[in-house]
Design a protein around this ligand. Sequence first.
Ligand code: HGY
Ligand code: MN
Ligand code: MN
Ligand code: MN
Length: 418
Amino acid sequence: SFSWCQAFQDNSPKVNQQRLEATIFELAKFGRNETGGTSRVAFSQADLEGRKYVIELMKKTGLEVSVDFAGNIIGRRKGKDPSKKPIAFGSHIDTVPDGGNYDGCVGSMSAIEVMQTLFDNGIETDHPLELIIFSNEEGGLMGSRALAGKLGEDALRVVNSTGFTMREGISILGGDPARLKEVERKKGDLAAFLELHIEQGGILDQEKIQIGVVEGIVGINWWDVEIDGFANHAGTTPMNMRRDALLAASEFVIAVNEVVNSFEGSHVGTVGRIKAFPGAPNVIPGKVVLSLEIRDLSSEKIAKVFEGIKSRAEKIAKASGTTISFNALDATGEPALTDSFIKSKIAQSAKELGLSFKNMPSGAGHDAQDMAVLTPTGMIFVPSKGGISHSPKEFTSAEDMANGANVLLRTVLTLDRE
Ligand code: HGY
Ligand code: MN
Ligand code: MN
Ligand code: MN
């Protein structure tokens, strides 16, 4: 076929698969846990050590490396034409608690591998290139929101599982929360942004397709939910005289699932964290705090599902003698579409490399959704075995990673010639 022929004759530079895989394994050592996965939550010691490793690796590829005031690691490479805007690409290396070794890491280490390949082959691009390792992606797209000018006071108060607020975390990473204005990029500052990422779903793996061309990225909304009842003696308070916050919370969790299922569409909703107070076997829980997350490609749909959940919550509160309140967190991304021209260049690159590909949405959030506000943006997906992610069982083969990195490299070089 045409594409096979192209691939056969193609002698463009390729990434080094073994070297890429080795850096993925090396990075996984920072925060490795007994499950074989990684806990490298942003602001943790493991995060700091992983970042140090990545900075050294970036320097070896000839990049000029710095950490911006939001804690993003930035690597710059000069272009032949300094009047051209930089082509940027990258991802994140922080993980969820008990996460895997591939989410964010594949895109980050592949971006470094692309720079190394350019270096090894003595390739100079016309455009300057910029490699970005975004800070605290999992705790609320912190680094990319800072670049997009969306990291306000409310966001800086948001806490991740290390217990640090973003404000504290930024200082821990060597940034400065008082100088975030200075990291903001303007529309048109960059020529393009590209992010390679594992799919985190099972479509590519199931359909045996090598590359996903991302069409859109879901918006995510988070709320802290507080349920207030009355803490009382668990032995002396009769069952019909209780205002048990955890009992109301149990109904709430089920209601979230029912409401989400009652709407047509591919939106999802999750209660992922719950804590009861005071938290003793012989005390009726007087207070519960839990998390609520809703995702969809449409903000209106998210709002509609939330209204449904809120009205169910009112009924539960009334029947249980509790109050249920919602506090919207400023720590998430808006839905975003990728750029159609960049999409076509990713597809073309995959085709020229003889790789199978398909267009698909992203159900996971990504820094790319904030970058899309600033510059034409594209995303490349590679398969996740069994569709597992945010889990130590996350896996992507070295070959699939290298395929993705080669598509990234080729797309960068194609955009550079435009
Ligand atoms: O949660 C997400 O979708 C992303 O992995 N941060
Ligand atoms: Mn993730
Ligand atoms: Mn990710
Ligand atoms: Mn007592």
